[in-house]
Design a protein around this ligand. Structure first.
Ligand code: UDX
Length: 454
């Protein structure tokens, strides 16, 4: 491998990358790997065999010269299905058992490091034990955080200064607490869980990579740098690009026939499952808005691969007939990057997962923010602060309201009142793209310094 003429072998840097399994983690690692490959790096990407099988499909022949896939075998645990996979997202309920399996795989991982002897380890913040294995073998380890800097600085602040509100406007402790009760209870009852967020970072080298751009999150990057005492370096938006293999979807040909900027894309990421109440309110909200839509709905699967839920049984009675050709509902998975990049998309009804936010900005699509949990409420506030979207406020902080959703969709996509949001979203697209290359150059410089290669 690695016979490409662009690479000066004296300065080639070998990196072992170790992402967490979720789709929203794998994608940025792979996009970072692609960028590093064009700048004298060779990459070893370590994950479970099932995950690597999904990644392999996304790596073309040219890239496979620079990226070697390295399987990590997890211990067999009673509650861990053998065939969990990441093609259409990681089942959220498996998180605890997967974390346990990964923690127990530390000796296997140490063997992999010893065999490959990379110049550098880049690991996910959900695997805080990984830098210990690297330290034992004198390999520098850099943490790569795939959340927003806004969320990351908020979390460090929250645990460090629990009695002082976050010093940036419009982001309050209650935004996080009301949506993460279970997680906070876990932290209170299990100090290990609380430590998890900061353990890895404390064990890593003096720089931390973070997904995003200084242009949109500069003040949060500076704040987290000051809180943690390590330099946070933005790696750029690293959004997944439309996959040419996705052409077969009939929704794209349906979308081709709509008018420019006339249609909203509605999706809640790869992990969250909508409740029946969410589905009702969203359906009626879309119906009331009179705006075209593509809506992707995922159902949780049981051991047999299905739990008996179907679109026909779940959507409000007569909904599909009433909206007719104005809307498309897709079960399972849709080619999000391809859809957001389509000129006929005029808005994105999104849960504000960080990948989705950056993808929307990357394609200049304004966001109708419907955050559900985790970091999403914080990201939604950032979307409003930057001016690229509008949050759909809930009734008493609990329920999405169809009328509010419909009003925000109309404002963002068609009404004069949404002109500024549409323009800001269109402008940010160019700014993000211009900044991306500079950010990659900065990352390369920092990593090369760490490995003593410049
Ligand atoms: C998770 C958390 O839920 C989120 O809060 C956190 O910010 C990141 O990790 P997820 O819910 O999957 O992520 O959302 P998101 O970060 O938006 O990532 C979803 C990815 O899956 C995007 O790259 C999106 O393009 C892709 N996707 C999702 C599809 O391509 N098709 C789909 O149908 C759904």
């Amino acid at each position: 491998m690695n016979t490409n003429n662009n690479i000066n072998n004296n300065k080639t840097i070998s990196v072992l990358m170790f992402p967490w399994l979720g789709y929203g983690h794998i994608t940025p690692y792979l996009e970072l790997a692609k960028k590093l490959c064009t700048r004298n790096f060779v990459i070893y990407l370590c994950s479970t065999p099932a995950t690597l099988a999904c990644i392999e499909k996304k790596i073309n022949e040219k890239l496979s010269q620079f990226i070697t896939l390295v399987p990590l075998f997890l211990p067999v645990l009673p509650n861990l299905p053998i065939d969990f996979h990441t093609t259409n997202g990681l089942p959220h309920h498996l998180m605890p058992v997967l974390k346990e399996a990964f923690d127990l795989s530390a000796p296997n991982f140490a063997d992999i490091l010893a065999k490959i002897k990379p110049d550098l380890l880049i690991y996910d913040f959900l695997q805080p034990w990984a830098p210990l294995a690297a330290k034992d073998q004198n390999i520098p380890a850099v943490e790569f955080i795939t959340s927003s800097s806004t969320m990351t600085s908020f979390m460090f602040h929250y645990f460090k200064n629990p009695s002082i509100e976050f010093p940036f406007s419009k982001i309050y402790f209650r935004d996080y607490e009301s949506n993460n009760k279970k997680r906070l209870l876990d932290c209170a009852s299990n100090p290990k869980e609380k430590e998890r967020a900061s353990l890895g970072v404390n064990r890593s080298c003096n720089i931390v990579l973070i997904k995003g751009s200084r242009d949109i999150e500069g003040k949060y990057i500076d704040y987290v740098t000051s809180l943690v005492g390590k330099k946070f370096v933005a790696v750029g938006p690293l959004v997944q690009q439309p996959d040419p293999n996705d052409q077969g979807y009939d929704i794209i040909s349906w979308l081709d026939k709509k008018e420019r900027r006339s249609t909203v894309f509605v999706s809640f990421g790869s992990e969250y499952f909508l409740t029946k109440q969410d589905i009702d309110e969203i359906a009626y909200g879309l119906e009331l808005s009179n705006v075209n839509f593509i809506w992707v709905i995922r159902f949780p699967k049981d051991e047999n691969g299905s739990n008996g839920k179907t679109l026909a049984k779940t959507l409000p009675l007569g909904f599909l007939e009433r909206v007719g050709n104005r809307g498309k509902v897709v079960e399972g998975w849709a080619p999000q990057a391809k859809i957001l990049g389509h000129v006929n998309i005029g808005g994105f009804v999104s849960h504000c997962g960080w990948n989705s936010v950056l993808e929307s900005m990357n394609f200049g699509v304004p966001i109708i923010a419907v955050p559900m949990h985790l970091d999403q409420p914080i990201n939604a506030r950032l979307v409003e602060e930057i001016g690229v979207g509008v949050e759909v406020l809930r009734d008493g902080n609990t329920k999405i309201r169809r009328g509010t959703l419909s009003d925000v969709i109309k404002r963002v996509v068609i009404e004069d009142a949404g002109e500024l949001v549409r323009k800001t979203a269109a402008d940010i697209k160019d700014r993000l793209r211009e900044g991306g290359d500079k950010e990659t150059d900065e990352v390369v410089k920092e990593l090369a310094k760490l490995c003593g290669k410049i």
